[in-house]
Design a protein around this ligand. Structure first.
Ligand SMILES: [Zn+2]
Length: 225
């Protein structure tokens, strides 16, 4: 805890004075560029990865970056989505999964979360496609645990993009062509981001220069395209 208080003291004495103009501007309003739906995992820090200032991202964090269906109107995620789209008019929504996700591991090995009823219940929002895929992968001997985890994490991002589209605010904004939905995967150990290519049905490096490098190398991800 002392580390946090020391950090705050540093912020007050060194950081805040240097950015006082930014904070003064932010004191009366916000205009974020993107709604960022990601996992609660402490290792996923989008502001660091994308090097952005306060006020740039509108975050929605929950276990497994899940988007409960619109019928769950009391969920914090639904309220965040509605406010982001209808009030802040945010033009881009990013659903971002990540490597080594505890929630995805919990789905793959549900016996490990039997003593966590709240987690188990929330993970139901991963939906039927995750249960189907988990069963399919469990029945197959051709995938290691790491491969199964990666496939489920990818499938979960795609499923949550679908859930997102069904939220009334997002549905209306899509019809009006005022919002774009993106599916990302963040690799903690390398810092690399992959983006879901809807046309090609696979994840590709977000940066164009990394796409070229990936195209030249054997790509085992293509097996699930
Ligand atoms: Zn996670």
């Amino acid at each position: 805890m002392q580390q946090l208080i020391d950090g705050y003291a540093k912020f007050r004495s060194n950081v805040f004075p240097l950015q006082s103009a930014l904070f003064e501007k932010l004191a009366t309003g916000q205009q974020p560029q993107a709604l960022f739906i990601c996992c609660s995992d402490s290792r996923v820090v989008p502001e660091v990865v994308m090097q952005c200032e306060p006020g740039t991202l509108f975050p929605s964090r929950s276990v497994g970056n899940l988007v409960p269906p619109p019928t769950e109107t009391a969920s914090g995620v639904a309220a965040t989505i509605e406010y982001a789209i209808r009030v802040l008019r945010i033009p881009d929504v990013i659903v971002c999964g990540h490597s080594d996700c505890g929630a995805m591991k919990g789905i793959l090995e549900s016996e490990n979360i039997e003593s966590l009823p709240a987690v188990r219940s929330y993970l139901e929002y991963a939906g039927p496609s995750s249960r189907w895929l988990t069963r399919l992968l469990k029945d197959s001997n051709s995938f290691s645990f790491e491969q199964r985890l990666k496939l489920l994490t990818e499938a979960n991002v795609i499923a949550q993009m679908h859930n997102l589209r069904n939220h009334p605010a997002v549905h209306d904004a899509l019809n009006d062509n005022t919002v774009r939905i993106h599916g990302w995967l963040y690799e903690i150990g390398t810092g690399a981001i992959q983006q879901f290519d809807v046309e090609q049905g696979r994840f590709r490096p977000l940066l164009a220069e990394e796409q070229t490098a990936a195209a030249a190398a054997p790509d085992r991800e293509r097996r699930i395209a």
